[in-house]
Structure formats: structure tokens, C-alpha cells
Design a binder for this molecule. Structure first.
Ligand code: GLN
Length: 483
């Protein structure tokens, strides 16, 4: 068999590539080149990358190969992701590689430092293959707010891949990298994961450092990633998680061995099904999603989990609360880019950023602060309490990710409210800080569908345990888009 054949990147996972690289079945340079070739061929169709860092990637891969040759097995264990090509959402500061946040405001910005998590990923030996496309400033659910053009869904290029981490989801779905980092403030990892048949983790708020990642809504921003499998997601979090003196929201909480309980199964676990997360009115497009959720719950029951109906009574306020708190924080965070003190106006921002700056400035202004921001903060506490109460009764919660399947490019562009409503099942976990793992549950009309597993704070280990059990039974990740 030729080396190229051994290195069948469509079926490759991080776990497998780690083994192959160590056994020298192929080199990191060969692996990285295979991904770069694929990007060169297919990125013009999918637009997943804003910047491809070819020269840097090849240099890093060469260094990784030298380490594979020169280090002992024991020394190599200090580099858990050595030689593994990954991609980063273009909102992660990367020293020497431009970082745009999807906006032309930062078109030529080259950061003089790496985000903490970028440093950690580099120290673990990863190869950074490029910076992925996103809704500008991470505002959006479809990827269409990017000022570098929309990313296309590899399952059908007429459809959106979900956003705002659209390029990172597609980088993994289309086999442009073995994993990709993203951010999730209101669903921006879980939604695109569910639209692209990938695994997406939104960790607990504070689990992964936000230092050096361009802020959207600081009290909800979480730093997660996309992978093909749950095991890979656990491997990646083992590297990215942990306390950081540069980010005061990261607690002194030990990083557990995320692989330890991976194969423990779900027997005896209590899974909560929230009554209020019943998205599927009788519209025909939603029926297919509903069927998929039912099938997924049946699989978990069959594997021995106990299904328990629970209530999260304040869910109905989640979108209203999120779309008050989030723009309030956006209006403050974007002030550092508007240049108003230097005589600029805000015309350099796109429509969506301007809309959020205006909304946020309004909800924070004297006279309206109490009526909107303060009230929203109070309801946020109630939403968090809903989860705390639920987790007294169940180990984890299973819920849909999106109320609808992926939509056609352009379909919701003129209706911001319709776009906001697609976040209805994801924003609650951001308001409460709980972790959520999106896993593929099949296809409806040939487009991917996902579910999310939500757990108590810092229960990522348990989410991986449940996700892995489901995934091993169904193996949806083995289906790859025909591109
Ligand atoms: N779609 C949500 C929004 O537009 C989520 C964004 C995010 O998670 N970055 O705000």
C-alpha cells in the first residue's frame, strides 16, 4: 500500500493519526501536505479559510518530524498532539499570522502575541494550518455575516454550515484539518457542529482561557472545538483546558483525565428531557429533526440510560435575555475597535455589528438600564437555577441543538429576528455557564442533524462518556460529505 493510501484522511481521527505518526507510517510533513493540497483544491468552493498558513505549517511539521526522530517515547508524551494539523477560528490571536475576526476592520491586523490557548496547542505539538472564516466578530448563526464571504456547507453547498464558527466546522467536516478551535457565546460551536456532522464542544464557562481571543460577550464567551469523534474532543480539551493567570475567570480546578471514563457507557445514568425544549411545531421541515431526536433517545435507552422528563421553566425568556445581555457586552467590547476617539465614525462596521452596538448602548443607557439590562440579569439567574434544580434529579440533559435543519444561503438574511431564533436551544447553556457537547444524530433530507448533551459545571468527562457511548453505537461520523 502506498503511504498516501495508508493516510486516508477521510477516515483519519486524531487518535489514529497520533498512533500512525508515532509508528512512522507517514510523517507530519506528509500529513500536513495532504491537508494543504485538499485545502488548495476545495477551499475555493467552500471558503472555510480566511488565511492558510502554509509556510508556517510546513515548518512546524518539519520540527515535529525531527522531534519524532530524536525524542524518547517518554519525552514524546509531553507533546500529546505532536504533528497533528489543526485550524483556528480567525478570532484567536496568533503571533505573526493576521487575525481578522471576520471583519475588514482588522483586515491587516497581525497580532504581536498568541492567545493562551494557541500557546498551549503549539506547546502540545499541533500544526496550525490556517485561520477559519466566521461571522464578523462572531455575530451570527449561519456564517453569512462574514465580510470575507460566506462559508458553504460541504453536504450541500447551497446551504449554510451554521455559525458563527462556520469555517472551523467546515474545516473538520470537509477534512481540511483533524480538529479546529471555535468560540461559543450563544451556540456558535454547537450549531455549526450539528449542521455539518461534526462533534462540537462548548466547555464550562472558565474551563478554557479566553485570554487573547477577541471578545464578543465576555460573561458568556467560551472557547471550544470541533472534531470528528468524541474521543478526539476529549484529547483536545486535555490540552486546551486549565487555569490561566491571564484570565481571572479560569478557576483553580484540576484538569481531569478526560479519557478515563470514555468507555464506561450510559447504563444507569439518568438523562433529563426538558419539556420546554420541544421545538418541533408541526412544520414539515421540523418533522424530520423531531424523528431524529426520537431515534437518538431510543438508542440511549437501549444502551441502558433512564429517561426522565424535567422542566426548565424559564427557557421561554432565554432568547430575550440573551439578546439584551449579549449586545450590552458587545457594545462595550467593540468600543475598542471603533476608533471614535481618533475621529472615525462607525461606518467601518457591518450591519450586524452596528445593530448590536445600538441595541447594547440603548439597553445600558441611563433610564433603560434597570428596565432591560438589570431585569435580564435577574432572569439569567433564574435560568441558571433551572439547571441547578434539574441536575439534582438527573445526571445530564439531552436537547436538540437547532429548531430547524440547515437553511439555504440567503434565506434568513433579511430577517435578523428569524436568525436569532435559531439560537433558542443553545443560549441557555451560555447564560448559565454549563457545558454542552453536540454530537451528530443522523441526516434529514440528506443534511446533518445534531443533539446536545448538557451537564453540570465542569462535567465534561461525563459528557464525553455519554457522547462516546452514543457515537460508538451509531457511528455517524463515518459518513463523510461527497466533496
Ligand atoms: N448566534 C449567536 C449570536 O449571533 C451566537 C454567537 C456566538 O456564539 N458567537 O449571537
Amino acid at each position: 500500500m502506498t503511504r498516501k493510501k495508508i493516510m486516508d484522511i477521510k477516515s483519519l481521527t486524531i487518535a489514529q493519526a497520533k498512533k500512525d505518526l508515532q509508528e512512522k507510517k507517514y510523517s507530519s510533513v506528509e500529513l500536513t501536505t495532504a491537508y494543504l493540497d485538499r485545502i488548495e483544491k476545495l477551499n475555493p468552493t467552500l471558503n472555510a479559510f480566511i488565511t492558510v498558513s502554509k509556510a508556517e505549517a510546513l515548518e512546524q511539521a518539519k520540527k515535529a518530524d525531527e522531534q519524532f526522530s530524536n525524542l524518547t517515547i517518554e519525552q514524546l508524551s509531553n507533546y500529546p498532539l505532536l504533528g497533528i494539523p489543526i485550524a483556528l477560528k480567525d478570532i484567536y490571536s496568533t503571533i505573526g499570522i493576521r487575525t481578522t475576526a471576520g471583519s475588514t476592520v482588522l483586515e491587516n491586523y497581525v497580532p504581536p502575541f498568541d492567545a493562551t490557548v494557541v500557546k498551549k496547542l503549539k506547546d502540545a505539538g499541533t500544526i496550525i494550518i490556517g485561520k477559519t472564516n466566521l461571522d464578523a466578530w462572531a455575530h451570527g448563526s449561519s456564517g453569512e455575516n462574514s465580510e470575507f464571504g460566506p462559508t458553504k456547507n460541504p453536504w450541500n453547498t447551497a446551504y449554510v454550515p451554521g455559525g458563527s464558527s462556520s469555517g472551523s466546522a467546515v474545516a473538520v467536516a470537509a477534512d481540511f484539518a483533524l480538529a479546529a478551535s471555535g468560540t461559543d457565546t450563544g451556540g456558535s460551536i454547537r450549531l455549526p457542529a450539528s449542521f455539518t456532522n461534526t462533534v462540537g464542544l462548548k466547555p464550562t464557562y472558565g474551563r478554557v482561557s479566553r485570554a487573547g481571543i477577541i471578545s464578543m460577550s465576555s460573561s458568556m464567551d467560551t472557547i471550544g472545538h470541533f472534531t470528528k469523534t468524541v474521543e478526539d474532543s476529549a484529547l483536545y480539551l486535555s490540552v486546551s483546558a486549565g487555569q490561566d493567570p491571564m484570565d481571572a475567570t479560569t478557576p483553580d480546578q484540576p484538569v481531569p483525565d478526560y479519557l478515563k471514563n470514555l468507555t464506561k457507557g450510559v447504563k444507569g445514568l439518568k438523562i433529563g428531557i426538558p419539556l420546554e425544549f420541544n421545538p418541533f411545531e408541526d412544520e414539515p421541515t421540523r418533522q424530520a429533526n423531531k424523528m431524529k431526536m426520537k431515534e437518538a433517545l431510543n438508542v440511549l435507552s437501549k444502551l441502558g440510560a433512564e429517561m426522565v422528563e424535567i422542566s426548565l421553566p424559564h427557557t421561554e425568556y432565554a432568547i430575550a435575555v440573551y439578546y439584551i445581555i449579549q449586545p450590552s457586552e458587545v457594545s462595550s467590547n467593540l468600543a475598542r475597535f471603533d476608533g471614535i476617539r481618533f475621529g472615525n465614525d462607525r461606518s467601518s462596521f457591518g450591519e450586524e455589528a452596528k445593530r448590536r452596538i445600538m441595541l447594547g448602548t440603548y439597553t445600558l443607557s441611563a433610564g433603560y438600564y434597570d428596565a432591560y439590562y438589570k431585569k435580564a440579569m435577574k432572569v439569567r439567574t433564574l435560568i441558571k437555577k433551572d439547571f441547578d434544580e434539574a441536575f439534582k434529579k438527573v445526571d445530564a440533559i439531552i436537547a436538540p441543538v437547532s429548531p430547524t435543519p440547515p437553511w439555504k444561503l440567503g434565506e434568513k438574511n433579511d430577517d435578523p429576528l428569524a436568525m436569532y431564533l435559531s439560537d433558542i436551544y443553545t443560549v441557555t447553556a451560555n447564560l448559565s455557564g454549563n457545558p454542552g457537547l453536540a454530537v451528530p444524530i443522523g441526516f434529514a433530507n440528506e443534511l446533518p442533524v445534531g443533539m446536545q448533551i448538557i451537564g453540570p459545571h465542569f462535567s465534561e468527562e461525563l459528557l464525553f462518556q455519554i457522547g462516546h457511548a452514543y457515537e460508538q453505537e451509531t457511528k455517524w461520523f463515518e459518513k463523510r460529505p461527497n466533496i
